[in-house]
Design a protein around this ligand. Structure first.
Ligand code: FE
Ligand code: FE
Ligand code: ZN
Length: 279
C-alpha cells in the first residue's frame, strides 16, 4: 500500500486535517506545528487530538509528519536565537509525545557565514538537548537544497550532525529526504536514482530514512534554489517519481507532497501517484 499525503493547514485543528486527508484520497499528511514563519502556536486541544486518533484508526491514517516552522535556525549566530529555537522545538516535541507515533521534521539550519563545521556542531548540540532517549517522537533532519548557507545540502553534512549526537539518542533521530532538495543539492535522482540511494546508504544508512518529501523542481540539478514544482511539471519529471515511490528501498516509506497545489490539485497528484505505484 502506498502511504501518501500532502501538506495540510493546521488552522482547523487535528481532526479537520485527518478528514481533509481522507477527502483527497490521502492516508497520511504533514502539517506545520505552528505558524511556519513565526512562533505562535494554538493551544493544545486534547479532545480534538483524541477525536483525530480515533478517526485515524478507523480510516487507516498513519505516519503523520509534523514540520517545525522554517523560520527557526538551530545553527543561528547568537546563543539567544539558538536557545529560542531549542525552546520552540522542545515545546513541539513535548506536544507530540501525546501521540503514539510522531515524526518531527526540521531544517538543520543556515550557518550564516560561521562555516559548516560550526553550524554542524550547533545543530548537534541542539539535538542533544532536545532528544530524550525515552521519547516516542522521532526527530528528522531534512535534506536541503543548499540555498545560501543552508546546512544539510549533502549526505556528508547530515552524517556529520548525526555523528555528534550522543549514541543513546541516535535511535530517536532520522532523516527526511526531499526530492526537490536533493536534486537541487546535486544528486542525480532523475538519471541515477539507484546510485543516489546507494550513496545515501553508504554515508547515512538507509535505515535512517523515515520519510520522503515528493516535489518536482523548477530548476536543474545542482541549482541550490529550492523552488518546488508540481509532480511531472518540473526538471525531475513523472518518471523520476515513478522510480522513487517504487524503489525497493523507498516504497514502504510515507511520501508527502509539498507541491504548489490547492486541495483539488493534491487530490489529482495523489490519484496519479497511486495509479503508478506497483507495491
Ligand atoms: Fe521542509
Ligand atoms: Fe521538504
Ligand atoms: Zn523546499
Amino acid at each position: 500500500m502506498l502511504r501518501i499525503g500532502c501538506h495540510l493547514s493546521m488552522s482547523g485543528g487535528y481532526l479537520h486535517m485527518s478528514e481533509e486527508a481522507v477527502s483527497i484520497g490521502a492516508n497520511t499528511y504533514q502539517y506545520f506545528s505552528r505558524n511556519p514563519q513565526g512562533r505562535g502556536v494554538r493551544p493544545f486541544d486534547a479532545a480534538d487530538a483524541d477525536a483525530m486518533i480515533k478517526y485515524n484508526e478507523e480510516n487507516g491514517i498513519g505516519a503523520i509528519l509534523t514540520h517545525a516552522p522554517y523560520i527557526l535556525n538551530p545553527s543561528a549566530a547568537t546563543e539567544e536565537l539558538r536557545q529560542a529555537t531549542l525552546e520552540i522545538m522542545r515545546e513541539d516535541v513535548g506536544r507530540l509525545e501525546y501521540f503514539n507515533e510522531a515524526m518531527y521534521n526540521f531544517h538543520p539550519g543556515a550557518h550564516v557565514k560561521q562555516g559548516v563545521e560550526a553550524g554542524v556542531q550547533y545543530i548537534a548540540d541542539l539535538l542533544n538537548h532536545l532528544i530524550d532517549p525515552g521519547q516516542k517522537t522521532i526527530v528528522l533532519l531534512e535534506t536541503m537544497a543548499g540555498k545560501g548557507t543552508e546546512i544539510g545540502r549533502s549526505f556528508e553534512e547530515i552524517r556529520a550532525i548525526m555523528d555528534l549526537v550522543e549514541p543513546s539518542k541516535r535511535d530517536r533521530l532520522g532523516v527526511c529526504m526531499d526530492t526537490c532538495h536533493v536534486s537541487d543539492g546535486g544528486y542525480d535522482i532523475k538519471n541515477s536514482l539507484n546510485d543516489v540511494i546507494s550513496e545515501f546508504d553508504r554515508i547515512i544508512g538507509i535505515d535512517r530514512l523515515h520519510a520522503v518529501h515528493l516535489n518536482d523542481s523548477k530548476n536543474e540539478i545542482g541549482a541550490h534554489k529550492d523552488r518546488h514544482e508540481k509532480i511531472g511539471e518540473g526538471y525531475l519529471g513523472l518518471e523520476t517519481f515513478r522510480a522513487v515511490i517504487n524503489h525497493p528501498a523507498l516504497s514502504h516509506l510515507p511520501f508527502f507532497l509539498e507541491t504548489p497545489q490547492d486541495l483539488e490539485g493534491y487530490a489529482k497528484e495523489i490519484a496519479l501517484l497511486k495509479s503508478i505505484y506497483q507495491g
